[in-house]
Ligand binder design. Structure first.
Ligand SMILES: *Cc1c(COP(=O)(O)O)cnc(C)c1O
Length: 421
């Protein structure tokens, strides 16, 4: 059961595991994010098993879905974490304190306070993205009397086919340090008392569907590692980043095959490399484990177009608006096989024409008060949500086996107004 989609029809109603989504909507209201814990753990397990043969840690990229309950689930199952802010560090601390020592800290603009907190927490390493940041890290380590373990995040100049907003591995991007500059910068740290070059890291982007770019990037990284060892650095970690894409369409849902293909490509590059491998998958672990449940407010016709207006909007799930991303959308009550479908625009109530989930999408007829589920919404859904239009963020539910647990209550007007003076 776990290998198949976590959201399937049973007795003509959409369920998550053993939990009926119609009942969840009645109990907790809509819009509502629902996640399958079993699916998340299954996917973490696929990664862990694929690299079983070598020392490795799966450092889940917190920004994909930073719910504390989900971080706890992953932390307790042995995952480390890839963070990009001091805030995410606090989430990891709250979720599963022992995992702090399995944290890698990425991000192009780290601040003094964030560096200090991470140094004190004893994280695994900093993925340093500029020469200036390395200087700052050394200064903060000295001020605190700590040694900062670091990797340079190198930019391998590898092209990966994905949306331009989430491609990061070309020299034209703001991320990382040109791989050709890396050796010189590492050399400068050889005599530093405060800096310990323990690794090299790379991350070429997100939602990358073919595995060749990962292999190409890793090969370049390993060539650098060999040079660094010659220079006298004790490189113990190779961080291959995240970015493995999923199928947002109706097609393949064979996560095991996708991970196997990815692992095979990385293993080809790694060969007998002895370093501890770090991976930073985000989307792949959580995207297909989540759905956004929403209620139809109005069905209206303008000219020859039909709009299905839902109570979820772009503030709840911005991926279609921001990346022209495709999400499958299904009625919660299963339509009969012979039910006619008609092209509709499924849109939110936000005052922007960019507030849509799907355009000209064939959907079985729905009416006011019907529930629909926007699938594959577990990654970059809630974490990219906002209060635009003074709308309250959805509640979140984690389904574990037969149990559904509220892991974040719906926001209230009081929550929204609290910071205003
Ligand atoms: C966003 C990000 C990830 C995760 O990317 P996914 O596509 O969600 O796997 C990993 N590492 C870094 C440095 C990132 O910025």
């Amino acid at each position: 059961m776990i290998e198949s989609r976590p959201f399937v029809y049973q007795k003509r109603r959409l369920v998550c595991g053993e939990v009926d989504l119609t009942q969840l909507a009645e109990e907790y209201g809509t819009p509502l994010y629902v996640y399958s814990a079993d699916q998340i753990l299954y996917r973490l397990g696929l990664f862990q098993e694929a690299f079983w043969g070598r020392p490795s840690t799966i450092c889940y990229a917190v920004k994909a879905n930073s719910s504390i309950a989900i971080l706890r689930l992953l932390g307790e199952a042995g995952a480390g974490f890839d963070i990009v802010s001091g805030g995410e560090l606090e989430r990891v601390r709250k979720a599963h304190k022992p995992a702090l020592k399995r944290v890698v800290f990425s991000g192009v603009g780290k601040q003094v306070e964030e560096i200090d907190v991470a140094l004190k927490a004893g994280i695994l390493m900093f993925n340093v993205e500029s020469e200036a940041e390395l200087g700052l890290l050394a200064a903060r380590a000295e001020a605190l009397g700590k040694t900062a373990r670091f990797a340079l995040r190198v930019n391998p100049d590898v092209f990966a086919e994905t949306h331009p907003y989430i491609s990061t591995g070309l020299s034209a991007h703001k991320f990382g340090i040109a791989i050709t500059e890396a050796r010189r910068i590492y050399k400068k740290t050889l005599k530093s008392k405060w800096l310990d070059a323990v690794g090299v890291s790379v991350h070429i982007g997100s939602q990358i569907r073919s595995v060749e770019p990962f292999q190409a990037a890793l090969e370049r990284v390993l060539a650098l590692v060999a040079e660094l060892r010659k220079d006298g650095h004790d490189i113990q970690y190779v961080d291959a980043g995240g970015g493995l894409g999923i199928d947002y369409g109706t097609g393949s849902f064979d996560a095991a095959a996708q991970v196997a293909k990815y692992a095979k490509a990385l293993e080809k590059a790694l060969a007998d490399e002895p370093a501890h491998l770090l991976l930073e998958p985000g989307r792949f672990l959580v995207a297909q484990a989540g759905a956004l449940l929403t209620k139809v407010l109005v069905v209206k016709k303008n000219g020859d177009k039909t709009f299905v207006i839902t109570d979820a909007g772009m503030n709840d799930l911005i991926r279609p608006s921001l990346y022209q991303a495709h999400h499958e959308i299904v009625p919660v009550r299963q339509p009969s096989a012979s039910a006619a479908t008609a092209p509709v625009d499924i849109v939110g109530p936000v005052c922007e024409s960019g507030d849509f989930f799907a355009r000209d999408r064939k959907l079985a007829k729905v009416k006011e008060s019907d529930l629909v589920a926007i699938l594959d919404a577990g990654a970059y859904g809630m974490t990219l949500s906002s209060n635009y239009n003074t709308r309250m963020r959805p509640a979140e539910i984690l389904v574990e086996g037969p149990e559904a647990r509220l892991i974040r209550r719906r926001e209230t007007m009081r929550d929204l107004l609290a910071p205003e003076l």
